[in-house]
Structure formats: structure tokens, C-alpha cells
Design a binder for this molecule. Structure first.
Ligand SMILES: [Zn+2]
Ligand SMILES: [Zn+2]
Length: 240
């Protein structure tokens, strides 16, 4: 079942609960992310001329765009399906998305661990794969650059999202937003406006207009409803 019965819907207070277990897991994820990223970057730059290989930069760009697509897909999935009561995924992933729609500024009061832990944890298996690839060939180095840029984008997503909700972001953050390297506040505001089903990408937002135009998520929703009978955004709509 992808959504709970309405009588079982959680209270708003339950949405704000950040458990000790979740914090510990998030901390492990952050340590893993920085440790593995540092090691992979060091290995890459230690190869003479690696930073001058065009394929490395092309695939790094593709990786960063991939992170935006990944952010949109994950965001759409947890906004649209499951419940805060779904085992494991509910408290770790669904809860922050539900809370964010009820209280958009809550994310601006969350600390670094709560904002970034889940995403860091998700990057760890990918970073292990990047380390296993090695740096012996140009293809391997470009693949490592792709995975590193992807993971960097995934890591940055929630931080960029938090910054998009700050009333007065620091100057450096504003520069990143104006350069479209990080999610812009006005661009992201479209997601929080009715009908609440657009602009899911929250790393840079580069893919939002394209995905909205081709009805990417509506098509996926129709397929999932056809397969499971679940209605999209049922719990989310009940909580607004
Ligand atoms: Zn959302
Ligand atoms: Zn938001």
C-alpha cells in the first residue's frame, strides 16, 4: 500500500520529530561522504594531467545534471507516495518532505546533520563504487568524475533547498543562486504554489521546465496508480 487510510494520518507534531537513531545514522552518512569524497578526489588529482581531460569535465557536468534529475525524482516520489508511518523510509525520508510542505521555514531551523545526513548516506554506496573504479584509464577517471559530481550534487541538494528558503541568504549563497549553480528562491516557490505538483528538482532546478513540459511525473503517477490503485499526494493533501 502506497498511502495510509485517512483515519491513520499522522499529527502535525509527529512530523517534526527527529529521532536519536535517525541523527546517529545521519552522522555516519556525513562522515562517510566526506571521507570517501576526499579520498576519491585526492586519487583523481594525483594523476598527472587528469584535470585537463575534456571527457572528465563533460561527464562531471552530466553528473551534476544527473543530481538535479535524481533530486526531482526522489522528491516527487516521497511527496507523492508512502506515509510517515511507512517502516524505516517513513521516519528517514517521508517525514521531512511532509513537514516541509506544512512548514516551509522549518528546514531553515534544522542543523547541518539533519539537513544533509540522509543524502550523504545515500551517496556512500556510489562513492565506494567510485573508489573501486580506480584511475588507470581516461574512461575510469571520467567515470569517477561523473560519480563524484553526481554525489556532490546529491549532497548539496538539501543545503541548496534550505538556502532557497532563507529570507536573507549570505552573499556567497546569493551569488550561487544568481549563477544558477544552486536552486533559486523564486524558481523553487513554484513548487510551493498550487497545485503543488510542479518543479520537483531542487539541486539547481535546471530540469524543471523540461520535465513539467513533457508531463514526466504525471505519466509516472498514472502508471503507478494503474499498477497499485494508490492515489497520488493523498497524505500530503490531507496534511495541508
Ligand atoms: Zn515538495
Ligand atoms: Zn521547499
Amino acid at each position: 500500500m502506497l498511502a495510509p487510510a485517512m483515519s491513520e494520518r499522522p499529527s502535525r507534531d509527529a512530523l517534526a520529530e527527529y529521532t536519536t537513531g535517525a541523527r546517529m545514522l545521519d552522522t555516519v552518512g556525513i562522515v562517510g561522504f566526506f571521507g570517501a569524497t576526499g579520498l576519491a578526489v585526492t586519487r583523481l588529482v594525483n594523476v598527472e594531467g587528469a584535470l585537463w581531460e575534456p571527457l572528465t569535465w563533460v561527464l562531471a557536468l552530466v553528473g551534476y545534471i544527473g543530481a538535479d534529475f535524481f533530486s526531482g525524482t526522489v522528491h516527487w516520489f516521497f511527496d507523492t507516495w508512502l506515509s510517515v508511518r511507512t517502516p524505516i523510509l517513513g521516519s528517514m525520508f517521508v517525514r521531512p518532505f511532509r513537514e516541509h510542505h506544512v512548514d516551509q521555514t522549518a528546514i531553515t531551523r534544522h542543523g547541518f546533520v539533519e539537513v544533509n545526513g540522509s543524502n550523504c548516506l545515500a551517496t556512500c554506496p556510489v562513492l565506494v563504487a567510485a573508489l573501486l573504479l580506480g584511475t588507470d584509464s581516461a574512461g575510469a577517471r571520467a567515470s569517477v568524475a561523473f560519480l563524484l559530481a553526481l554525489c556532490l550534487g546529491v549532497f548539496a541538494t538539501n543545503q541548496f533547498h534550505k538556502w532557497a528558503h532563507l529570507a536573507e541568504p549570505p552573499r556567497a549563497v546569493r551569488w550561487l543562486q544568481d549563477a544558477h549553480l544552486a536552486l533559486g528562491a523564486e524558481h523553487h516557490a513554484v513548487h510551493h504554489a498550487a497545485p503543488y505538483d510542479r518543479h520537483y528538482c531542487i539541486t539547481t532546478g535546471w530540469l524543471n521546465r523540461l520535465l513539467d513540459r513533457i508531463g514526466f511525473f504525471r505519466r509516472l503517477e498514472r502508471a503507478i496508480t494503474w499498477l497499485t490503485g494508490a492515489k497520488p499526494r493523498e497524505e500530503d493533501a490531507a496534511l495541508r
